[in-house]
Design a protein around this ligand. Structure first.
Ligand code: CO8
Length: 373
């Protein structure tokens, strides 16, 4: 049985970045204005005054220092606090298609693949900008790829679940090579008026090429040795936006139609489950944790990653053990661990192993053992 490999990765980073200082300043302007506007109700005890946000809190609680976004001006406008993304005509490329094509070109170039070498396109992301036609089919058309494409969503674990789907498709022979794309425009579903979460997410797109080692031409290949996926239902990370919203006007525009979470509970429940899954997976393959060169972890929170890496490795993890990109990119949902893999794998040598791991809403956990060929 030939090995299935990751033969290329790509990354599209939007040109605009927002620092914590800029984000907090816009949020605090909004808060000051809100409190003045509602001064009467606040002093009468009918409304609670909003509390300002703080850069110190954000960096200490999450490790995030900045985030890239598709549109900066709308997010930083205190009267708007949402990206300004005018609708495009149907004949124009959608935004998700545009950023995915940019990331795809880099991944395909790295893998040495032309459009005719790809048999399937999987768009795996937390949010699709429309239900249909699938974004994957639009991307297929933009790149001139035949075969088939589909969209899938497992929130932050979309990319790792996509890798298992791609590996299975190549293994079964339903596609020669598969292009996986993670166009994560998280600013579209982030509530920039919510002090608890306004700092969490950023926008980005990552891409991967998965194929058989027999067709692979790239200089650098990573064999997918094992995929382990797990989902357990939880309401602690939720978004009730959906096509049935118009069936009840009272809920339209309510905060639960954007990202909401119980951050503390997520932290407590998810960290041990992730470490346990990785340790079980390694043990089933007789791989001691000390044999791992790298952990490319989901990038939601620095403290979370340090805790998981320490539990897996049995010692505090260095930046080399478990690289961090969330300081610059924030949480980019399913793309986070792929960005870490894209940027931090060049120093591995043949035979080195690492684990690529996602965790998030669902709950969902996806861990993939990779070996440099
Ligand atoms: N500025 C200042 N103070 C603040 C702020 C702020 N912005 N926000 C909260 N505080 C205050 C609180 O009021 C609280 O005050 P007090 O102690 O007086 O009550 C204090 O700070 C502590 O608040 P928390 O307990 O909430 O803070 P934590 O230390 O728990 O940190 C985090 C909050 C950073 C959210 C942390 O809990 C965390 O990272 N948890 C894990 C979250 C996580 O990984 N979630 C995964 C979600 S991602 C995912 O699955 C993808 C979903 C799809 C994405 C779609 C795109 C949007």
């Amino acid at each position: 049985m030939p090995e299935i490999v990751i033969s290329g990765t790509g990354l599209y980073t939007p040109p605009d970045s927002i620092s914590n200082e800029e984000l907090v300043s816009a949020y605090n302007d909004y808060v000051a204005h809100y409190n003045v506007q509602h001064a009467g109700a606040i002093s009468a005890g009918k409304t609670t005054a909003l509390q300002p946000s703080s850069e110190e809190f954000i960096e200490k609680a999450s490790g995030i220092k900045s985030r890239y976004v598709i549109n900066k001006s709308g997010i930083l406008d205190p009267n708007r606090l949402a990206p300004l993304l005018p609708e495009r005509p149907n004949k124009a490329q959608s935004i998700q298609c545009e950023i995915a094509v940019a990331a795809a070109r880099e991944a395909m170039q790295q893998a040495g693949k032309r459009a005719q070498d790809i048999g399937a396109v999987i768009v795996a992301a937390s949010n699709m900008q429309r239900p249909y036609p699938a974004i994957a089919v639009e991307i297929q058309d933009a790149l001139g790829i035949n075969g088939f494409g589909f969209d899938m969503n497992v929130a932050c674990s979309s990319a790792t679940f996509g890798i298992q789907n791609a590996r299975d498709a190549v293994f079964a022979g339903s596609a020669g090579a598969v292009l996986i794309l993670n166009p994560e425009i998280c600013s579209g579903h982030l509530n920039f008026r919510d002090r608890d979460s306004h700092f969490i997410f950023g926008d980005v797109c990552t891409a991967l090429v998965v194929e058989s080692v027999e067709t692979a031409k790239a200089r650098e290949l990573f064999a997918i040795e094992d995929c382990r996926l797990q989902t357990v239902f939880s309401n602690n990370i939720r978004n009730n936006f959906g096509f049935l919203n118009r069936g009840d006007e009272s809920g339209v525009g309510a905060p639960d139609k954007l990202f909401i979470q119980e951050g503390r509970k997520v932290f407590k429940e998810v960290c041990p489950a992730v470490a346990e899954q990785i340790l079980d997976q390694l043990s089933a393959r007789d791989l001691p944790p000390s044999s791992l060169r790298r952990l490319w972890l989901h990038q939601a929170n620095l403290n979370m990653n340090q805790l998981i890496a320490r539990r897996v490795l049995g010692r505090p993890a260095s930046d080399e053990d478990a690289p961090i990109i969330l300081d610059e990119y924030a949480n980019t949902s399913s793309a986070g661990s792929i960005i870490a893999f894209h940027k931090h794998r060049g120093d591995l040598t043949s035979g080195d192993r690492g684990v690529l791991c996602s965790f998030g809403a669902g709950y969902s956990i996806g861990s993939i053992v990779l070996r440099k060929v």
